[in-house]
Ligand binder design. Structure first.
Ligand code: DGT
Ligand code: CA
Ligand code: CA
Ligand code: ZN
Length: 580
């Protein structure tokens, strides 16, 4: 594994501990450095081998942080970090995964109540100890109590955006193993579910022993959980990776079975039974001449199973893309020849929601534009945060600053390869109002409006009001959910999407792996109601423009075609959508 994520994690831990101890400014510097290290392709271990100056080549990394990174690669630890850990021996990751509990709160809870774990926190909340602390109240305590259950569950599932790179690495590694004839990811990661329980990978081979042995000896593995004759499980960082090895001529059957979902497979098997067929992980079998179809796994006459296409074809169906296999009507649509022609990663022509250092992004307008050009985009909208509900610490831009920024965007636009659109991410108030003056909104090319506060309860009225604002073009991360942290707003998606369709507003499929908002399960009814979507990354640095893949596959889970996506249009098509 590249060690950038590992180093970024340490710097984030540093930032959390400093913040918990009420240190000012430094935490932000550590976070910024962490984000840049995580988002940049050069391997940090190579830079560290050149010493501090090497590491300082990364944006936002100064002397102090560079020396700690070098220390880490030279000694395997960072002394100052160890000291902080001793002073504050808390399970920071677990505690801060409770919504509303940040590092500062963790610091206070440790100093006053000695809380170090989720169990401690739960006990204190149950016993009413937290509401007694100054700065906390009954409402806070109640929120914490409710957040703990969510946080515990969250610990069992990893974000798709964290798991997928590991999945790709596993697949690439196995593809290089001689004995592996075919390799494919399976399970939820192949269906691109927003969160992943474990990473499933399937190999077709006539030498299972050799494949299992190579897998168990993979350098990247931390622990071999088990290794059997045709299957094995590893722990790689936080992930459990399950390998199954099957015969080559049964690869398609196994792939179909282990991709799931369970509900999709149940419905498919019923279709098989209706046709006197038996379908399982070994193949499809004609059992019309068989007395007892349950007498074995491979009974009757084999119809297929080497490829997935054969499996679906045996049931008179075209292949169904993995993202659709959630039992949302895909089998009926396939039978009727009505499967969507799904959006592809390459269809997206630009990004309509990105940030720069004008608000809380890490880079200049020019750097973001150059990054977008390098990524292959035709255009890019700069949509920094406006001041307003949910923006703290001076992050958001005032109306005057937005006017200034429009000029700067026009200037940069003259000498970069992408077309720049001057935008804003305005905040949606509790009443659905939009936090920027109308005349500024009118000057902008594109207005993203997003909810950032009050993210529980029913948000339909509020979001519909925002969508009906004449200057709004995109509804950003509509529900405001954060995966594994908070569920976000409830919405009547038919009503919201109906309003969006009537007003010509696109609903966002936000690609940030922490959000994936709208969820695929909401994209489908939104499209059915006639709305368009925008697949945006919400990137805060050029490196995360590539998160668009998660938004694309999430949109595919919602049956999106290129025609449904406003930023799959060319620049002129987008201008037309924006009324420019
Ligand atoms: P996850 O890992 O919780 O994110 O979700 P999946 O879908 O990857 O589930 P997993 O890893 O337990 O199993 C992989 C696939 O194998 C699953 O999607 C469908 C199939 N499968 C596993 N167990 C069963 C079962 O008992 N019945 C059926 N029909 N399919 C199963
Ligand atoms: Ca799985
Ligand atoms: Ca599994
Ligand atoms: Zn936002």
């Amino acid at each position: 594994m590249s060690r950038n994520a590992e180093v970024a994690g340490l710097l984030e831990e540093f930032a959390d501990l400093l913040e918990a101890k009420d240190v000012e400014y430094k935490p932000r510097a550590y976070r910024r450095a962490a984000e840049n290290i995580r988002g940049h392709p050069p391997a940090v271990e190579h830079l560290a081998a050149e010493g501090e100056d090497g590491v300082k080549a990364i944006d936002g990394v100064g002397d102090a942080i560079a020396s700690k990174v070098v220390e880490y690669f030279e000694t395997g630890g960072i002394e100052e970090l160890d000291e902080l850990r001793n002073e504050l021996p808390v399970d920071m990751a677990a505690l801060t995964s409770v919504e509303g509990v940040g590092p500062k709160t963790v610091g206070t809870l440790y100093e006053t109540l000695g809380i170090t774990t989720l169990d401690d926190l739960e006990d204190a909340a149950e016993n009413g100890e937290i509401q007694e602390l100054s700065g906390f109240g009954e409402k806070t305590e109640e929120n914490i109590r409710e957040g703990i259950a969510f946080a515990r569950e969250a610990h069992e599932r990893e974000l798709l955006g964290e798991a997928r790179p590991y999945g790709d690495r596993v697949r690439d590694f196995l593809a290089g193993v001689d004995a592996a004839a075919e390799v494919e990811l399976a399970g939820s990661i192949r269906r691109w579910r927003p969160t992943i329980g474990d990473v499933d990978v399937l190999v077709g081979s006539d030498d299972a022993d050799a494949v299992v042995e190579a897998f168990a000896n993979w350098d990247a593995a931390d622990t071999v959980i088990e290794a059997g004759e045709s299957k094995a499980s590893l722990r790689v960082d936080d992930f459990r990776v399950d390998l199954r090895v099957v015969a080559e001529n049964e690869f398609g059957a196994a792939l179909q079975y282990f991709t799931g979902s369970k509900d999709h497979n149940v419905r498919l098997r019923n279709r098989a039974i209706d046709r006197d067929l038996k379908m399982n992980e070994y193949g499809v079998f004609d059992v019309s001449e068989v007395d007892d179809a349950d007498s074995g796994q491979r009974v009757g006459e084999r119809v297929g199973g080497a490829t997935e296409e054969e499996m679906y074809a045996a049931l008179d169906l075209p292949p169904i893309p993995p993202e659709l296999r959630e039992d949302r009507g895909e089998i009926a649509a396939a039978a009727d020849g009505d499967l969507p022609d799904l959006l592809d990663e390459g269809d997206v022509r630009g990004d309509l929601h990105t940030h720069t250092e004008w608000s809380d992004g890490g880079n200049t307008i020019r750097e973001m534009a150059e990054g977008a050009a390098e990524f292959g985009h035709d255009y890019l909208a700069i949509t920094d945060h406006a001041t307003g509900p949910g923006m703290v610490g001076g992050v958001g831009l005032s109306d005057d600053e937005l006017r200034e920024q429009i000029d700067e965007i026009r200037t940069v636009d003259d000498d970069v390869a992408v077309d720049l659109f001057a935008g804003v991410e305005a905040n949606i108030g509790a009443d659905g109002s939009v936090s920027v003056a109308d005349d500024v909104l009118a000057e902008l090319d594109l207005v993203v409006a997003s909810p950032h506060v009050g993210l529980d309860g029913d948000g339909t009225d509020r979001l519909v009001t925002a969508v009906e604002h004449p200057e709004v073009d995109v509804l950003g991360h509509p529900t405001g959910r954060l995966l594994n942290q908070r569920g976000g707003l409830d919405v009547d998606i038919e009503r919201l999407a109906g309003a969006a369709a009537a007003e010509g507003v696109a609903l966002e499929s936000n690609s940030d792996p922490r959000r994936l908002d709208l969820d695929g399960g909401l994209v489908k009814p939104a499209l059915d109601a006639g709305a368009s979507i925008a697949v945006d990354t919400d990137a805060h640095q050029p490196g995360t423009l590539e998160y668009v893949r998660y938004g694309v596959h999430t949109a595919r889970r919602g049956w999106a075609e290129a025609d449904d996506v406003v930023n799959a249009r060319d620049a002129d098509g987008l201008r037309e959508f924006l009324g420019l």
